[in-house]
Design a protein around this ligand. Structure first.
Ligand SMILES: Cc1ncc(COP(=O)(O)O)c(C=O)c1O
Length: 453
């Protein structure tokens, strides 16, 4: 397919373009009418209840005609920009041709599976397709149980794997609505070095947390541990990046204890971190891997893959899904994977991420409330603290900076006192620079409001 490779190019001087104070009157009307029926929005919406009307490339337009720079990609989803022409064309074709035929084979699904299998690390080529990230996480966990005939799982403090019952049991946010964690689900401290659970310093600690995890598995587990499930970079917890030797050490521990490693790449996948898969940053191949969000650039399509020698488990758990792998999902997925290759998106993500990170490091030196800036590729975060020494989380500033920047035309993602950035990977540097100027100004305004300057 031919399309203008500059389809998303935008004059940085022309954005953001805020025509009325946001959220404007149409946004307010649309959102308040929806809110009469639907409750339980994310903090992203609660803190800035704007209603969006369209998206093109790296910009979003709200119902009042305000144009924003997109520093969220939805929620790490539209990695290739909004309405990428190739994704749109593939989707349109199948929307008019065949929407659903349950799990019968279609040529487009076969092409998608062939493509994905050719790109996964190692021999992770036994695949099932689902619609939501949590569904693929659930299926991955069932596959681990089917393979090991064991039922316990370990995950990590701060992890997020979704809100269905098993996924939420290996997620930090489990609360009274989800009930106690399911039997056999354990959480352990991870290598969140800025806030080390053991008050140690990396690298002198020699990854003490991995030794502690081994002890916890032996003491707390009942000898029935099927797998460790983990995010390779924690998204919901505030873009928490682990030291380079952490994932390899976890892989080694799994091998030593004879348990499986499930890496949940729902958020980190598909070039987001400057590599096709986040595990590529660390040279680790898991036994099971979960994909989502950027996999089909906005169409609900997720998947999980097991290594070849485990493929019989796919038969055991069967793929129970009405929509998973439907022709539209497969088409959007295939188009997205092809674009990633054809447009060198992995390299673009790494380069843009480096550009942003350099600016963030400079910003950190200029503000009293930035505790840490971190990230890999275009998965980035700024952690705000009340005091650089005590590192007390600055929750109020997290909200204010998010709102101020949004009102100036930056669509992005809050996470308590950490601000998360996830620009489309096709963004030009001059546009990213404008977004970062908005963030810089917004932090300064918040510092003034809270009496820091
Ligand atoms: C790492 C990770 N796993 C799983 C999920 C769940 O995905 P979904 O919301 O599509 O169920 C998310 C969602 O943000 C996620 O970040």
């Amino acid at each position: 397919m031919n399309y203008d490779k500059n389809w998303a190019k935008v004059d940085a001087a022309s954005i953001p373009d805020m025509k009325v104070p946001a959220p404007g009157p149409r946004s307010k009307d649309i959102h308040s009418r929806a809110e009469k029926y639907m409750k339980g929005y994310s903090s992203q919406v609660k803190l800035f209840p704007v209603a969006f009307e369209s998206g093109h490339g790296v910009t979003l337009t709200d119902a009042d005609g305000n144009k924003y720079i997109d520093f969220s990609s939805g929620i790490y989803v539209t990695n290739l920009g909004h309405c990428h022409p190739k994704v749109v064309e593939y989707l349109q074709k199948y929307t008019g041709q065949l929407m659903n035929c349950h799990d019968f084979s279609t040529e487009i699904k076969t092409l998608f599976l062939e493509k994905l299998a050719s790109m996964t690390p190692g021999n992770l080529n036994g695949i099932q397709m689902y619609c939501a990230g949590c569904e693929s996480v659930e299926a991955a966990m069932r596959a681990a149980r089917a393979h090991t005939k064991k039922y316990e799982f370990f995950s990590f403090w701060g992890d997020f794997h979704g809100k269905t019952m098993s996924a939420v049991s290996v997620t930090q946010v489990a609360d009274y609505t989800t009930g106690p964690r399911a039997v056999g689900m354990h959480l352990a401290p991870a290598a969140h070095c800025y806030r080390c659970a053991f008050d140690k310093k990396y690298p002198e600690c020699k990854l003490f947390c991995v030794d502690a995890l081994e002890k916890q598995i032996k003491m707390e587990g009942t000898g029935n541990v099927a797998a460790i499930i983990m995010e390779p970079i924690q998204g919901w917890n505030g873009s928490v990046v682990y030291p380079d030797d952490y994932l390899p050490a976890i892989r080694k521990l799994c091998d030593k204890l004879g348990i499986l490693l499930i890496v949940d790449e729902v958020l980190t996948c598909c070039a987001r971190t400057g590599k096709m898969w986040c595990v590529d940053l660390y040279g680790v191949v898991p036994d099971i891997m979960v994909f989502g969000k950027g996999l089909a650039n906005g169409f609900p399509a997720t998947a999980f893959a097991v290594k070849e020698e485990m493929t019989e488990v796919l038969e055991k758990i069967s793929a129970s899904t009405s929509y998973g792998g439907n022709p539209m999902a497969a088409a959007a997925g295939l188009a997205s994977l092809e674009v990633i290759e054809e447009e060198n998106i992995v390299e673009k993500s790494a380069k843009l991420g480096d550009f942003i990170m350099k600016k963030l490091i400079k910003m950190k030196g200029e503000h009293k409330i930035i505790g840490e800036v971190r990230g890999k590729g275009c998965l980035l975060g700024i952690e705000l603290v009340k005091d650089l020494n005590t590192k007390e989380p600055f929750l109020e500033a997290g909200k204010r900076v998010y709102q101020i920047a949004f009102s100036k035309g930056l669509a992005w993602i809050p996470a308590n006192h950490t601000l998360r950035m996830s620009p489309p990977l096709i963004m030009e540097e001059d546009v990213a620079a404008k977004a970062l100027d908005i963030i810089d100004e917004s932090i300064t305004i918040a510092e003034k409001e809270f009496g820091y300057i």
